[in-house]
Design a protein around this ligand. Structure first.
Ligand code: FAD
Ligand code: NAG
Ligand code: NAG
Length: 415
């Protein structure tokens, strides 16, 4: 064992999951977040099976299933005619254990926070904002943090995981560039009560239309749904709000105007960006701090959860003496490679498909939809079990099994 300590910046789902995994392994871990509590804005709600498996490994899946649900069916739907273009049926099967989990990301974060209470090696400090970093000493990383009253102090540890989101302060402090682009269109994400069930709509509906493109997905059994739709660039919040009834009326089935109740609405920019490196010195980037993609296809936090798993496994390997520090370069290399080569192109294609010019013929022209339309049940199973986004870091461990007690020196988290 090599006693190590870790600071995790950001108490979003990625930072909290990392903190939990490290604490479970016995690593002293401090998680800090600038906000006073978990951010509850309407963002991720759907996770791929490959990420759900990681939630299981961290021991939080049973609690997630109590609040969330399994997305059983998904389709692409012509916004104009409301007809289905292609359908994926995801009824649970014996061969495949993990579902497409549907749960709001703030609820997921809340569950992980509850689990963290059982580990005295972990602490989570809200209202604690990182403002500076110093790793010039070489042997540890020191962060300057500011509390709610504006008074500063320093925290130091052996390693740091920066999971502080798309606008990451850590990435900027480390002078790591965030290359890519921002789409011109904006995204309006809403939570809305409407009886889509009455019209037989699927749990997830990708709405295809050159102008009225969207994802309409079920949040819960009380007919609360997430409607995220594209909007013209340059509109103000007030203008977006004014146009919302018309957008809903174009997209929703049944009588016009549709009888809905709006619960929440937030505009977002759509980004495709990736950090030039996921490691600098003793700091590793994870989640949105490392990469951003548009939310169509639910690849953002799914990738973030897989980062959390990989960076935790790497640090646990170091702690248990099974891996040298170079495992952290491997983490940076493989997780970045997966984003650049797979997640980024897939998520861009997912968005472009939605505003196709001719939804009538899309099902025949688009290779992905064509594959879905013609797949046998076995091929469908293989597509669901797709785990190309994950990587098992243990294959890169470079040290033979070490016994307990050969401990090196400690740098506890100090303040
Ligand atoms: C509308 C929308 C829908 C989405 N839907 C999906 C989906 O269905 N599936 C999916 O997989 N993904 C989805 N995503 C993406 C998903 O929301 C993100 O990938 C996810 O939030 C990333 O989590 P994170 O923990 O990396 O970052 P965040 O959740 O952004 O957390 C970062 C934390 O860091 C803290 N922080 C920032 N700066 C500092 C600082 N200086 N010091 C201390 N703390 C700091 C912040 O306060 C914040 O709490 C969606 C995104 C949007 C916008
Ligand atoms: C924190 O560390 C920085 C640089 O490492 C140092 O300049 C500063 O004085 C320290 N602040 C406190 C409050 O100890
Ligand atoms: C698995 O997913 C990746 C990326 O999402 C894709 O490129 C690949 O074709 C998929 N494989 C199967 C068998 O569906």
């Amino acid at each position: 064992m090599k006693e190590i300590s870790v600071i995790v910046v950001g108490a979003g789902p990625v930072g909290l999951l990392t903190t939990l995994r490290l604490a479970q392994a016995g690593i002293r871990t401090t998680c800090v977040d600038a906000l006073a509590k978990v951010d509850a804005s309407p963002r991720a709600m759907a996770y791929h099976p490959v990420a759900v498996k990681e939630l299981d490994r961290a021991g939080v899946l049973d609690d997630c299933r109590k609040i969330g649900s399994a997305g059983r069916s998904l389709c692409w739907r012509n916004t104009k005619t409301k007809e289905e273009i292609a359908v994926i049926d995801r009824a649970p099967s014996k061969e495949f254990t993990y579902e497409n989990l549907m749960i709001g990301q703030h609820l997921l974060a809340g569950i992980i926070l509850e689990h963290l209470k059982h580990y005295d090696k972990a602490s989570v400090r809200f209202s604690t904002k990182v403002t500076a970093i110093d790793q010039s000493g070489g042997q540890y990383v020191s962060l300057t943090v500011e509390d709610a009253e504006g008074s500063s102090s320093n925290l130091s540890a052996d390693y740091c995981v920066a999971a502080d989101g798309g606008r990451s302060t850590m990435r900027k402090l480390l002078d790591i560039s965030f290359d890519g682009f921002t789409f011109e269109e904006q995204l309006v994400s809403t939570n809305v009560y409407f009886d889509f069930e009455k019209y037989g709509w699927k749990d997830g509906n990708f709405m295809v239309h050159p102008e009225h493109w969207a994802l309409i997905g079920r949040i819960n059994k009380d007919n609360l749904w997430r409607v995220s739709y594209g909007e013209k660039p340059g509109l103000t919040y007030e203008e977006l709000k004014e146009r919302l009834p018309w957008k809903f009326s174009e997209m929703f089935p049944g009588d016009k105007p549709p009888d809905y109740k709006l619960d929440q609405m937030s505009p977002y920019r759509l980004n495709q960006r990736c950090a030039s490196t996921f490691r600098k010195g003793r700091v590793m980037l994870a989640g949105d701090a490392a990469h951003l993609c548009n939310p169509f296809g639910g690849l953002g936090l799914t990738g973030g959860i897989l980062d959390a798993a990989a960076v935790s496994d790497s640090l646990i390997g170091i702690y248990e003496g099974k891996a040298s520090d170079s495992i952290l370069d491997k983490y940076a290399e493989v997780r970045r490679g997966i984003f650049v080569n797979t997640v980024n192109p897939t998520s861009q294609a997912n968005k472009l498909r939605l505003h196709d010019d001719d939804p009538e013929t899309l099902g025949d022209r688009d290779p992905v939809l064509h594959k879905i339309r013609t797949a046998t049940p076995e091929e469908m199973q293989r597509m669901r079990a797709n785990d190309t986004l994950a990587v098992d870091m243990k294959q890169f461990f470079d040290r033979p099994e070490q016994t307990n007690g050969s401990a090196a020196q400690t740098n506890g988290v100090t303040s």
